[in-house]
Design a protein around this ligand. Structure first.
Ligand code: UGA
Length: 439
């Protein structure tokens, strides 16, 4: 199949590369010529393990191309994927400007009957609305079919998720269109769920909302565990054995971030509200998460009389490990808050420092060296569970810091190891470890 993908963000680029890997001839279009130039040299514009190798391989095999010109990218296409961003508007709803523009660009350049596949996460009803836009702008009467094919990949494991996901959802207006998409996706060897377009759109929102709910649920259990002296990790383990519950997404911490859960939960609340339904459960999930993101600041404040002049090592800035993405990361809330309280902050992240400098406008120090961050610090605050933070020799905290006090927002260490290392240690939903220390 000759496939064109519009948009080369996480979803678009990974989709384009993956479709070329399974044998299709793929052209990726992006409006940003600088980005296209970089991609055309085989350099990914996002950090995603395994992507660069696949990109280079398929470009070399003449199955993967990049262009900033819509006409060039759309002329030969049999199927066009729209994978542009749907950022959050002020009111929480999804901004569809980029999707609408992609629809107009398709209409202006369509030269045959075409299937348009929407991969971007869009509110229920958008696929048909986009079909109307394309049809109303198309001049030469070609037949446009539309399909929803939502994406379930995670940042940081996008390539792995694309090839080893749990399911492929195809929402199409007729059987024939669904079959073409099933055929395109057959080499992924995953269960295919064929359904109507609105249900496919809703599957995406409902899945993300459910996962966010699991996280907020376990975070609330963690907060109650703290009050009762229980250990949330033990609780999650015990719950997870029940297959009806499942063990995944029950890691308590300082809340979910990223470009998806916060945006999609808000959009679903908004969408429900537009249809006179108060989605109270999801509103609470969001509220719990907002509170969870600042919980560690409260813990730090109750440990120290004042943060004025205290040197705080912030470990991790990205919203999760293996990505340089800071969108909705708890670090964006915590770092300015700690700085306002007078702390002198040094922030460590192995790959997100450059993005952080652009997004955090508080004056702080940055480093890509974990030891440097810990050197002489009064306390350390773990925001991202990077492998090198998780695997650090715990004695390093004693050796390098002024005081070995650690506030762990990701429950990185077993409590007995922490005890053995003699750290003063506060985590989420687990008993505090407070040895003889320290004033
Ligand atoms: C999420 C979904 O997992 C994907 O299935 C979906 O395709 C994607 O959104 C999307 O809509 O595009 P992603 O945002 O990349 O993927 O990251 P996740 O790995 O799901 O993590 C999201 C946040 O939840 C992170 O901040 C992570 O630290 C947090 N999390 C996750 C927890 O706090 N506890 C957990 O048990 C799991």
């Amino acid at each position: 199949m000759r496939i064109t993908v519009i948009g080369t963000g996480y979803v678009g680029l990974v989709t384009g590369v993956a479709l070329s890997e399974i044998g299709h001839v793929v052209t990726c279009i992006d409006v940003d010529p600088v980005k296209v130039e970089k991609l055309s040299q085989g350099i990914p514009t996002i950090y995603e393990p395994g992507l660069e190798e696949l990109m280079k391989k398929n470009m070399k095999a003449n199955r993967l191309f990049f262009t900033a010109k819509h006409q060039e990218g759309l002329q030969e296409a049999e199927v066009v994927y729209i994978a542009v961003g749907t950022p959050q508007r002020e009111d929480g709803s999804a901004n569809l400007n980029y999707v609408e523009q992609a629809a107009r660009d398709i209409a202006a350049n369509v030269s045959r009957d075409l299937i348009v596949v929407i991969k971007s996460t869009v509110p229920v009803g958008t696929n048909l609305y986009i079909k109307d836009i394309i049809n109303s702008y198309t001049k030469n009467g070609h037949q446009i079919k539309i399909a929803s094919n939502p994406e379930f990949l995670r940042e940081g494991s996008a390539v792995k998720d694309t090839f080893h996901g749990d399911r492929i959802v195809i929402g199409a207006e007729d059987e024939e269109t669904a079959n073409v998409l099933a055929e395109i996706n057959a080499p992924f060897h995953m269960p295919i769920v064929k359904t109507d377009i609105s249900s496919a759109e809703m599957i995406k929102y409902a899945s993300n909302a459910f996962l966010a709910t699991k996280i907020s649920f376990i975070n609330e259990i963690a907060n109650i565990c703290e009050a009762l002296g229980a250990n949330v990790e033990e609780v999650a383990k015990g719950m997870g054995f029940d297959h009806r519950i499942g063990s995944q997404f029950l890691r308590a911490g300082i809340g979910y971030g990223g470009s998806c859960f916060p945006k999609d939960t808000n959009a679903l609340v908004q969408l429900a509200g537009n249809h006179h339904h108060e989605f109270n459960l999801l509103k609470s999930v969001i509220e719990v998460n907002n509170h969870q993101q600042i919980l560690l600041v409260d813990k730090i404040l109750s440990r120290f009389d004042s943060l004025s002049g205290k040197r705080i090592a912030v470990l991790g800035l990205a919203f999760k490990p293996h990505t340089d993405d800071l969108r909705e990361s708890p670090s964006l809330v915590m770092v300015p808050k700690l700085a306002r309280l007078g702390a002198d902050i040094i922030a460590y992240d192995p790959i997100a420092v450059d993005n952080a400098k652009r997004q955090i406008d508080t004056e702080i120090e940055y480093t890509k060296d974990l030891s440097e961050a810990l050197q002489g610090a009064d306390c350390a605050v773990i925001i991202t569970d990077w492998p090198d933070v998780k695997n650090i020799e715990l004695t390093a905290y004693r050796r390098l810091m002024k005081l070995p006090i650690v506030f762990d927002g990701r429950n990185c260490y077993p409590l007995d190891a922490v005890k053995q290392a003699g750290l003063e240690y506060y985590s989420i939903g687990r008993p505090n470890q407070t040895p003889e220390l320290i004033s």
